[in-house]
Write a protein that binds this ligand. Structure first.
Ligand code: URA
Length: 228
């Protein structure tokens, strides 16, 4: 990685303030490779820095998977209930660029949520041109009808208040009132609204996949870092 000032590196990764990096250096707690750092303003490769003999966390950018529980919101605003940010390691909240979710899940939806501080990743996965597949398991209020498979695949489903129909989506009925739905879009409350447009109410919604990422057996509320 290209060299940057040591104090900026350590503080931007959320460890402490730039002033406190000077104290870490003075206390002999920072090494650059094998060598003790002697100044906080030296320019170094972030990957070579070791604090208390540990490499710094994700100096090249953070990416993690969170198993979002029901009841947590993806906004940072107060007053809407607990936020997913409360589930992340506290140090991540002091990183700059700031840590954010890639897209959102509703408060009442559980499952896979990606977390990053890399703006290009957010853009890549959430831009309208992105064809990233998201897979949801939805439990609905009454038995599903096979006809929904063709309807959702047709690219003609209109959501109230919108001008363009939803892109074709793949529906698999896996139990009488449970389906797996694969979308390439991410419109507001899209899964719930697609079912509602056909007369079904989604009672439970869970995301299992996002692009190449799969939730697997990650426990609810747990975070799995995927950066180096
Ligand atoms: N569709 C929804 O309705 N809710 C979500 O959280 C995600 C997709």
């Amino acid at each position: 990685m290209s060299p940057r000032r040591l104090d900026r590196i350590v503080s931007s990764l959320g460890y402490c303030s730039r002033r406190e990096v000077r104290d870490l250096v003075a206390d002999g707690r920072i090494r650059i490779g094998e060598d003790l750092a002697t100044r906080a303003d030296v320019r170094v490769d972030p990957e070579l820095v070791r604090l208390d003999n540990e490499p710094l966390e994700a100096p090249g950018g953070l990416l993690a998977m969170l198993h979002k529980p029901i009841g947590y919101v993806c906004t940072r605003a107060d007053g809407e209930g607990p936020t997913v940010y409360e589930l992340l390691p506290p140090r991540w909240m002091s990183r700059n660029p700031r840590v954010t979710t890639i897209g959102r899940l509703d408060k009442d939806t559980s499952g896979l949520l990606l977390i990053t501080d890399q703006g290009d990743l957010v853009h890549r996965y959430t831009s309208p041109k992105s064809d990233c597949e998201k897979v949801y398991v939805a439990e609905v209020d009454h038995d599903l009808d096979e006809s929904l498979i063709a309807i959702f695949a047709s690219g003609t489903v209109m959501l109230r208040g919108e001008e363009k129909p939803c892109l074709p989506a793949k529906l698999e009925i896996i139990a009488p009132s449970t389906a797996r739905l694969t979308l390439t879009e991410g419109r507001y409350h899209q899964v719930r609204r697609m079912f509602a447009s056909q007369g079904w109410h989604v009672e439970k919604l869970h995301r299992t996949h996002f692009g190449d990422y799969e939730l697997g057996d990650l426990a609810e509320g747990e975070v799995a870092p995927m950066h180096r």
